[in-house]
Design a protein around this ligand. Structure first.
Ligand SMILES: [Zn+2]
Length: 190
């Protein structure tokens, strides 16, 4: 899935790599201000370390997706090890297992892994990746890329991790305000 098919003014924000203290809490507060829902692709190791923040994500009605236990790169990991890592994360999530979501770290997967994982998971990629993690990215540029490219049904990737927090802190409130004021709703993935 790269985009959600819709004619409505809907945006699908996704946050990868959390839950992380302070950063994820900040995201939750900002989303709440606009009554926005989002999808969090969590790393199992971080769920294990920060269970309280994880529970808050669920309590606030957001959707959770699997992002492996150790943030593994599929193309660099033997298939069985990779599947096990994803299973380990899934077990921790204790959330709806009916149509679980998975996003491969770094967006990298072998074709064989994609085929195998598609049996159980909906594989979620993105419509816009704003490069919040790139070394030379600035908040201003990141926001501009996001605003210019957002469409109805866009799936947006941001990161709730420590490395990107300085950018996220500036970008997220402005992005939410910009589109909320134009009648958009922020939804979790279907
Ligand atoms: Zn990631």
């Amino acid at each position: 899935m790269w985009k959600v098919k819709t004619t409505q003014k809907e945006i699908y924000l996704t946050f990868d790599d959390g839950p992380i203290p302070t950063v994820t809490n900040f995201v939750l507060e900002e989303l709440k201000k606009w009554n926005a829902q989002a999808t969090f692709f969590c790393v199992g190791d971080n769920i294990q370390k920060h269970p309280n923040i994880y529970r808050q994500l669920l309590a606030q009605g957001h959707r959770i997706g699997n992002h492996t236990y150790h943030h593994q790169k599929g193309t660099k990991t033997p298939n069985q090890v990779y599947y096990q890592d994803i299973d380990d994360c899934q077990k921790l999530m204790a959330t709806d297992n009916e149509s679980p979501l998975f996003r491969p770290p770094y967006g990298k997967l072998r074709y064989r892994q994609l085929k195998q994982l598609s049996k159980k998971y909906r594989i979620v990629m993105w419509h816009i990746i704003a490069g919040d993690f790139l070394p030379k990215m600035t908040a201003k540029k990141c926001l501009r890329v996001l605003i210019r490219n957002t469409q109805k049904g866009s799936i947006i990737v941001l990161h709730d991790n420590q490395k990107t927090f300085s950018i996220l802190k500036e970008v997220l409130p402005q992005y939410l305000a910009h589109f909320a004021q134009r009648g958009y709703q922020f939804k979790k993935l279907p």
